[in-house]
Design a protein around this ligand. Structure first.
Ligand code: 13P
Length: 294
């Protein structure tokens, strides 16, 4: 089922669990994600950023492919533009057939962030798409800027932001960062702030930087109100390791078998993560007569 993020995240918000939003740049990743969701009876969101689209996974090619795969499973699958920054990137994603967009103006001043988000949210809603926004700023793990409290989301500002923009879900900064943390480092998260955000906003909240954040932290953010968790780095690492292991075992391995090794490793990783964040088993269908995804 190809859908926007709106209903699935409201369901997660009302039932206290989170849905994975997984970055995807090719067919093997799309298959791993959608098969994992189907086998786990879970909703899922497929993410791609403008940078990833330019580098490898072109949106005009991926959007119809993902839609086609999503329509072969009974669970809800959304395709979301991750960190859309420019008007051009976002309107292109809409033209390609994405079901959801994120407008990330989190580096702008508050008023400018409101202005841009308002415009994109109303454009998205007019087309039946959902809109994610970010307030506060989630930085890069490599720059160790995840503990800069002045970048964390301010609760009162967030209330005003959501009321004025009409965004469907809000990415909040509470201490995670994108990418790989230094070896052995586990981020310290501001759970109190997250609880206050949930209480004041009473809407789906998003955590960026879901890789390497630590199982205990992830369990706790879900308990405190996160409903969408973005994961990229750890998935790519699993794929690369599976390929490296397969090549080491058999340097002459067939190319398709190599791709399958990565696909299966990604699928296993995603299924485990879905169980951790409580999205597994939420969509059980007694009878499904639709087409199947092989
Ligand atoms: P990670 O690469 O840390 O998992 O972050 C992904 C993300 O937040 C994409 O928006």
């Amino acid at each position: 089922m190809y859908v926007s993020m709106k209903e699935m995240l409201l369901h997660a918000h009302e039932n206290n669990y989170a849905v994975m939003a997984i970055n995807c740049v090719n067919m093997e990743q799309a298959k791993a994600i959608i098969q994992a969701a189907s086998e786990e009876h879970s909703a899922v969101i497929i993410n791609i950023s403008p940078r990833q689209m330019k580098a490898h996974g072109h949106g005009d090619i991926l959007a119809p492919m993902i839609r086609n795969m999503a329509e072969k499973v009974p669970v809800p699958v959304a395709f979301n533009l991750d960190h859309g920054a420019t008007y051009e990137d976002i309107t292109k994603a809409m033209e390609y057939g994405f079901s959801s967009v994120m407008i990330d103006s989190s580096s702008c001043e508050f008023e400018e962030n409101v202005r841009r988000t308002q415009m994109i949210a109303s454009l998205a809603h007019g087309k039946g798409l959902s809109c994610e926004a970010e307030l506060g700023h989630v930085g890069q793990a490599s720059q160790a800027d995840n503990d800069k409290m002045d970048l964390y989301t301010n609760v009162e500002q967030a209330k005003e932001f959501v009321e004025r923009t009409g965004c469907d879900c809000l990415a909040v900064a509470i201490g995670t960062a994108h990418g790989s943390y230094p070896e052995g480092f586990v981020p310290k998260l501001d759970f109190q702030r997250l609880k206050e955000l949930k209480e004041r906003l009473a809407m789906p909240l998003v955590l960026h930087g879901g890789s390497g954040a630590g199982e205990e932290n992830i369990r706790k953010v879900v308990a405190c109100g996160i409903n969408k968790i973005n994961v990229c780095t750890d998935l790519f690492k699993h794929a690369r390791k599976a390929m490296a292991d397969a090549l080491e075992e058999n340097p002459n391995i067939d190319y398709m078998d190599l791709c399958m090794a990565a696909q299966n490793a990604m699928k296993d990783f995603i299924k485990d993560y879905m169980r951790l964040i409580g999205s597994s088993g939420r969509y059980i269908f007694e009878k499904y007569d639709g087409p199947e995804l092989d």
